[in-house]
Structures are given as structure tokens and as C-alpha cells.
Design a protein around this ligand. Structure first.
Ligand code: HC1
Ligand code: SF4
Length: 571
């Protein structure tokens, strides 16, 4: 252990610990704009500078390792002056339109400036870094970028995409795409992980709330909404609830108050996905189909596969995602039952995911010329609409989703967690293959936050080998092993974001990034708690799903199901 003193207090930490980490042990929070443990550790912003007695100059705490006996000071007048100066320099080259910035009040730079007494900007010299990139669901504003490099790191190291990088030098340095073209034409998978990690408002999702308001105000339209599994355990964070709190009942009430004709649930169509996907898996296993079958509900993952693992396209399940299945059913079965013209249907999704905006606009995602989904808003955008409508969310009473696309099982709920789609599928596949209703339905081996998890499940005397990957960087590692002949499976679940949809790019911004893992864990627990409390915990036991098949679809994997619920990828 290394012994040192920070701000007059003794602390002992292991060798190779940084001063920043050592200070945390004493509950001293040294500010930084660029540092993200394990992801981005460049020491570039210099906001974390500290003094060390006997050492010349100031030292960035995030990259300076402790040594025996050193005496560190984190808030002397020299340090405070330097920190202020650094922030003033950053602000001199920053678009300071805070009031109209989507990150207003959740901006790390704004907080640092407040905390460090920045009241004027003594320097001039703003350099124009180019236009707003509005080419796709991810909007980039180079004039708000503080060059911390977090987005570059998450995109390359975690997602294995590298759609953005530093370019140019000195005052002209910027984070941009290849040839400075729009993100939409790049390898970008629209996952939005760069938005979540950005300390300022340089990255945000395309705002589709106006589109939804207009539809709600149009008396010619029948506007229905679906909410993804992971939204209900995160939306509350926007209104002061602890991460993981299940605010489903209040969310449904709020959506009714906003004026939606019907409030439905993506959990319903997640159950539907399991019926189709489970059936497809059994068929592939029994009839020598392409294995491993890989889940297809995460649109960031699909785009990643199309760009980088083209040889696995046939492994993808032909099932549309629950978002898209919902839209197809909302514009076919529902209009028949509700006596509504399918052409007057306007289907809105509330998703934790920015890539869902892209998925809804894909050419494949329509039936007979009708788009499955008309507008997608994120959890953050829904919170904004609720605030715009003056709804006091925390005070709302609970209410329940509408029938006939609003009932769900626990299996549909856990889709939002990494491993959840796999577990939901196994619950149904095991019952189908054994012809029994099994009691053992908690497949804990596929739960957790590890990047890749593997298990072998014995069902009806068959050893079914499964794997779960979360974050496209982990998907790369897994698929590379398969390519090299070092691993093989029957069934793989891939989710584009680490942790699954609970950590999607459209979820509430976690302002204190050091709590990210705890927030993810709380949201995951929130969904498993809902699952445990559900009366039905298997997708095939959902009575509304049973009715949909008996009244309308016929057989799982049948002609009608194929037309509405399946697709194929060719890119
Ligand atoms: Fe997801 Fe899915 S789990 S992809 O994360 O399969 O977005 O929550 O809605 O479609 O159900 C997202 C979540 C979501 C789909 C489902
Ligand atoms: Fe990279 Fe995802 Fe951001 Fe695209 S959305 S730039 S893939 S992190």
C-alpha cells in the first residue's frame, strides 16, 4: 500500500492508484470533464489539476499516480485559479446558448462553471467548427464540443464502431466524422451511447416531439402509443424518483393526459416476439436451419452486423423487433377490432433507444405501404412532453394500459435487461419442447452485467448452448470467436448497449457519471421485480397474445405472421 496525505488527511491506497481515485477514498471530489474510468483516461481537459508539495507546477489528478509520502493539495488558491482559468478558456471557444441547450441544468460544464465562480469570460476568439449535423437520429453540434474525447472513446472502445474521431489541430481541433460528412452515412449505429457520455450538449437525439404533438392535435388521426419495457424503470429519474423505481402506472396516466387515444405496451409485442422467435429457434434446431440463431430486436446491433459481420446476416432471426411487431399489429388486427381505418392510425413509440428512430424509418419496416411506426420519442423526450403539458408527474395516480395490446407477461418485461430476451425465449421454448408447464423459469446464468455470458441449458434431453452479449464491442468479441471456430452456440442474444435497453441512448442522462453502474443495476432490478410480481411470467401464457393468434394470426410462423411480423436483412 502507498501512504499519502490529501488536503491534510492520511490515506492508504494500492500502488498505481491515481490521485483522483485516492481522493475519492476521502470523499474529495476532484472535478474533471474528460475522465471516465476504464473508458476515457487521457488527462486532456486539465480541470483536475492539483498541487503536490515539492513537485514543480500543477499535475492532472486523473493520470498522476500516487507515490509514498506525497502531500497533495486539491483546492489551494493556485489550484482554484488554474481551474478557473482552464474553464474560462474552454468557455471562450464554446457556444454558450445554455438556455436553448437540451443539456441545460444537466450540463457538467455549466455545473463546473457555477461551482468555480465563472461569471465573465475574459477571452475572445471563438472558432467556428462547422454546422449542426442533423443528418440522422443523432444530432451533433461541433460548436458545443469541449474536446474531452469521451464520445470518441465510447464509440471506438466500447461499441467498436469508430464513427467519430479528432481531426485538425490547435484551435481548429474538432471531433468529426470521416470527410466531415453526416453521421447517418457513416458506420454509426445510432446507439446514442455518445450522447449519454457527453458532458455537455454537443450530442443529442433528433427531437420528434413536435411530430407527436401535431398528431395528437389532428382530429383525423387515431393516435396510439406503446412504451418499451425499460422506460418504466427510468422515466421517474426525470421527476425525482430513484433509479429503478417502477413508474408504469403514472406513465400510463400521463400518456392519457397527453391525449393518446389508446395507451398500449411494447411488453405485449415482446411476448409476441417470443412466440415467433421461439418457434423459429425450434424449427432451426429441428430442421437443420442456420445456427446459431441471433436475436434481431436491437436496431443498433442489426446495423453493426450489416456493416461488420455480413457473414452472420443469415444467422439473424427473421423476427421484426417488438417495436415493429407492435406497429404492424396496431395497423392490422387492432383497426379491425376497434373499427378504425388503418390509414388513420398514427403509432407512436416511447423508447429508451435512439436507434429505434432509425429502425422505424427502415424501408423493410412497413406492410402494404403502411409504415409500422410513425414517430419514435425517447424516454427523455417523453419527460419533456410531460413537463410541457404541465403535468405534475409525481402526483399522478396510477392507471392501467388499454386492452387489446396492453397486457403482458413477466417475460415481455425483462426484454429491457441484457439476457432478458434469452431468458424469455427459454421459458417458452422449454415449455414447447417438453410439452409441460415448467416451474423452473429463472435462468439466472444469463442474467448480470458481464459483457459476454454463456450457458448450457438442458431442455428435453437436449443440450442447448446459449450466449448473451451486450454492447456491440462485446458482440464483436463473441462473433470473432465463432468465426475462428473457437466457440459455437444454438442461440445468441445481442443487445447494442451495455446492460441492454435499460442503458439505451435515449434514457435519462446520469449526471454523476460515477454512479452509472449503480443506476444500471437499479434499473435492471426494477425490471426483474416487475417480472417476479407478474401473474403470468411466460409469453405464451399472455391471454391477449393467445387471443391474437386464435382470432387473427393463426399459426406461429404462419403466412399472416410472416407477412406482418418477419423481415429480412440484405445489406
Ligand atoms: Fe428495447 Fe425491445 S427490449 S429493443 O431495448 O426488444 O428500445 O426496453 O422496446 O423493440 O420489447 C428498446 C427496451 C424495446 C424492442 C422490446
Ligand atoms: Fe458511435 Fe453510437 Fe455515437 Fe454513432 S451513436 S457515433 S455508433 S457512439
Amino acid at each position: 500500500m502507498i501512504n499519502l496525505k490529501i488536503d491534510g488527511f492520511d490515506v492508504s491506497v494500492p500502488k498505481n492508484t491515481t490521485i483522483l481515485e485516492a481522493a475519492k477514498q476521502l470523499n474529495i471530489d476532484i472535478p474533471t470533464l474528460c475522465f471516465m474510468k476504464g473508458i476515457n483516461e487521457p488527462g486532456s481537459c486539465r480541470v483536475c489539476v492539483v498541487e503536490v508539495e515539492g513537485w514543480r507546477g500543477l499535475h492532472p489528478a486523473c493520470v498522476t499516480k500516487v507515490s509514498e509520502g506525497i502531500v497533495v493539495k486539491t483546492a489551494t488558491s493556485t489550484v482554484r485559479e488554474a481551474r478557473k482559468n482552464i474553464l474560462e478558456l474552454i468557455m471562450a471557444n464554446h457556444n454558450r446558448e445554455c438556455l436553448s441547450c437540451p443539456r441545460n441544468l444537466k450540463c457538467e460544464l455549466q455545473t463546473l462553471c457555477n461551482d468555480n465562480g465563472i461569471d465573465t469570460i475574459p477571452y475572445e476568439g471563438k472558432v467556428d467548427k462547422g454546422c449542426l449535423d442533423t443528418s440522422g437520429p443523432i444530432v451533433r453540434d461541433p460548436n458545443k464540443c469541449v474536446l474531452c474525447g469521451r464520445c470518441v472513446s465510447v464509440c471506438s472502445k466500447i461499441q467498436d464502431v469508430s464513427a467519430i474521431d479528432f481531426a485538425f489541430r490547435g484551435a481548429h481541433m474538432t471531433v468529426t466524422t470521416a470527410y466531415e460528412e453526416g453521421l447517418v452515412g457513416q458506420d454509426c449505429i445510432n446507439c446514442g451511447q455518445c450522447i449519454k457520455i457527453c458532458p455537455v450538449g454537443a450530442l443529442q437525439e433528433r427531437d420528434d416531439t413536435d411530430k407527436v404533438w401535431k398528431a395528437l392535435e389532428n382530429p383525423e388521426l387515431h393516435v396510439v402509443v406503446q412504451t418499451a419495457p425499460a422506460v418504466r424503470v427510468a422515466l421517474g429519474e426525470e421527476f425525482g424518483f430513484a433509479p429503478g423505481t417502477n413508474v408504469e402506472g403514472k406513465m400510463v396516466t400521463a400518456l392519457r393526459r397527453l391525449g393518446f387515444n389508446k395507451v398500449f405496451d411494447t411488453n405485449f409485442s415482446a411476448d409476441l416476439t417470443i412466440i415467433e422467435e421461439g418457434n423459429e429457434l425450434i424449427e432451426r434446431i429441428q430442421n437443420g436451419g442456420k445456427l446459431p440463431m441471433i436475436t434481431s430486436c436491437s436496431p443498433g446491433w442489426i446495423k453493426f452486423c450489416e456493416h461488420n459481420y455480413h457473414d452472420f446476416i443469415e444467422n439473424l432471426s427473421s423476427c421484426k423487433s417488438p417495436q415493429q411487431m407492435f406497429g404492424a399489429i396496431a395497423k392490422s388486427y387492432y383497426p379491425v377490432k376497434a373499427d378504425v381505418d388503418p390509414k388513420s392510425m398514427f403509432v407512436v413509440s416511447v423508447m429508451p433507444c435512439t436507434a429505434k428512430k432509425y429502425e422505424a424509418d427502415r424501408e423493410e419496416m412497413s406492410v402494404d405501404g403502411l409504415k409500422d411506426i410513425d414517430a419514435v420519442i425517447t424516454t427523455r423526450e417523453l419527460a419533456k412532453m410531460i413537463r410541457q403539458a404541465g403535468i405534475k408527474f409525481a402526483e399522478l395516480e396510477d392507471s392501467k394500459q388499454d386492452s387489446i395490446l396492453g397486457t403482458y407477461s413477466g417475460a415481455g418485461t425483462i426484454f429491457g435487461n441484457t439476457g432478458g430476451v434469452m431468458e424469455a425465449a427459454l421459458r417458452t421454448v422449454a415449455d414447447k419442447l417438453t410439452g409441460k408447464s415448467l416451474d423452473c423459469i429463472d435462468y439466472t446464468a444469463v442474467r448480470g452485467l458481464e459483457g459476454i455470458r454463456e450457458a448450457t441449458v438442458n431442455i428435453a434431453d437436449m443440450e442447448i448452448k446459449v450466449a448473451v452479449a451486450n454492447g456491440t464491442g462485446n458482440a464483436s468479441k463473441l462473433l470473432d470467436k465463432i468465426r475462428a471456430g473457437e466457440a459455437n452456440y444454438h442461440f445468441i442474444e445481442v443487445m447494442g448497449c451495455e446492460g441492454g435497453c435499460i442503458n439505451g441512448g435515449g434514457q435519462p442522462i446520469i449526471k454523476d457519471k460515477s454512479t452509472t453502474e449503480a443506476v444500471k443495476t437499479a434499473r435492471i432490478k426494477g425490471l426483474y421485480n416487475i417480472d417476479a410480481s407478474c401473474e403470468k411470467r411466460k409469453s405464451h401464457e399472455n391471454p391477449e397474445i393467445q387471443k391474437l393468434y386464435s382470432e387473427y394470426l393463426g399459426e406461429a410462423g404462419g403466412h399472416k405472421a410472416h407477412k406482418l411480423l418477419h423481415t429480412h436483412y440484405t445489406a
